[in-house]
Design a protein around this ligand. Structure first.
Ligand code: SF4
Length: 357
């Protein structure tokens, strides 16, 4: 099976295709490992059109590893705000600080790159192949799709045996030279030609040898094993508390999802609660002992999906006085005009923009 496709010299064909159809992306203009690292981390779990503006902004603010290393976590997270998976940014900052403090440069090999915090096989292979021409084939969602269809592979891509099989095949097909372009060619081919829903098979350079096209299995490739994981359901009640001096109260998330970002004071409930419940159970008094509530209403309710959790978020607007903070509490107050200087998770940022404008 593989031999038949190898005969058409897979790498040569895909590189020829790439020359003509390569996407014009900002990180394609450089081989600076720092910039490629930034682009690869941003693109994990992020659509390319969204990733481009974040990449341009990030490189403008932190043009090299030194500028990133000397920045604060708050500033880095503010520039990551809305992208999600915030540990990616925190890990990059950690790595930059470590590399610069040890007076080192960005690692140049797969083996060294993979030791960086948050850098997995895919990212290490992408950086080492694109910047240093190391013969390492990358495997991302696009590559899995292209290979699984071309070779009509039934192994599930989310099992370790499946991953091993795909990795062996990808490395076997990889050329000895020009590996960076080859990897990017395969990713572009998957993103624009062999797409998830409407692959352009009639004009595909591999239409004569694509096994899935012959076997009519395209829409069943790649195979993914259903792991039956059910998303955890959570209800987050956020309190937008305003006092007479236009202060708003907020806190830093110390763990859990959105760690190290900021949020409004929170009460997590098992199910959706009413205004009466909040008042009768003295929920706010547990956080602010002397609080005098002038009025309270549900201002917005929104559902927000994370990879493993389904969040139902309720924003309660409250006018109140006598808001004394408990000693050693994480909650702080700030003038409403200044709160957006802090990094917030996307749904909270959207809400703050809406209610403060
Ligand atoms: S023929 Fe269709 S399914 Fe096969 S590689 Fe080309 S675009 Fe993908």
């Amino acid at each position: 099976m593989i031999k038949k496709i190898e005969k058409i010299n897979f790498a040569k064909s895909i590189l020829k295709w790439y020359k003509k159809h390569k996407r014009d992306l900002p990180w394609r203009k450089t081989k600076d490992p720092y910039k490629i690292w930034v682009s690869e981390i941003i693109l994990q779990q992020t659509r390319i059109d969204q990733g481009i503006s974040y990449y341009i902004n990030f490189i403008e603010k932190f043009p090299d590893i030194q500028s990133l290393a000397h920045s604060s976590e708050k500033k880095v997270l503010k520039n990551w705000e809305g992208l999600g998976y915030y540990s990616r940014a925190i890990n990059m900052l950690y790595n930059a600080k470590k590399i610069v403090s040890e007076k080192k440069k960005m690692p140049t090999t797969f083996t060294e790159l993979i030791k960086l915090k948050g850098v997995g096989e895919y990212t290490a292979a992408a950086i080492s192949s694109i910047c240093f021409d190391e013969r390492k084939a990358v495997l991302d969602g696009n590559v899995f799709r292209v290979l699984s269809r071309l070779f009509n592979i039934e192994s599930a891509i989310n099992t370790s045996s499946g991953k091993k099989k795909f990795s062996e095949l990808a490395n076997k097909l990889a050329p000895d030279k020009n590996i960076g372009d080859y990897n990017q060619a395969l990713m572009d081919f998957g993103a624009t030609q062999c797409t998830k829903y409407l692959p352009k098979c009639t004009v595909c350079i591999f239409r004569k040898c694509c096994l899935s096209l012959q076997e009519k299995t395209i829409k069943h490739r790649p195979v993914k094993k259903d792991k039956g994981t059910k998303k955890k359901y959570r209800v987050l009640n956020y309190f937008m508390i305003k006092d007479h001096a236009n202060n708003i109260y907020f806190q830093k998330r110390l763990n859990d999802i959105w760690k190290n970002l900021y949020e409004l004071p929170l009460f997590e409930s098992k199910k959706i609660i009413s205004r009466e419940y909040l008042l009768n159970e003295n929920i706010l008094q547990k956080k602010f002992p002397n609080i005098e509530i002038k009025n309270i209403h549900l201002s917005k309710q929104v559902s927000h999906n994370l990879s493993h959790q389904k969040l139902e978020i309720l924003f309660w607007k409250i006018n109140a006085e006598n808001i004394s903070l408990k000693k050693n509490d994480n909650i702080k107050k700030i003038l409403n005009t200044k709160i957006l200087k802090y990094p917030f998770p996307k749904p909270i940022k959207i809400y703050l923009h809406e209610s403060l404008s």
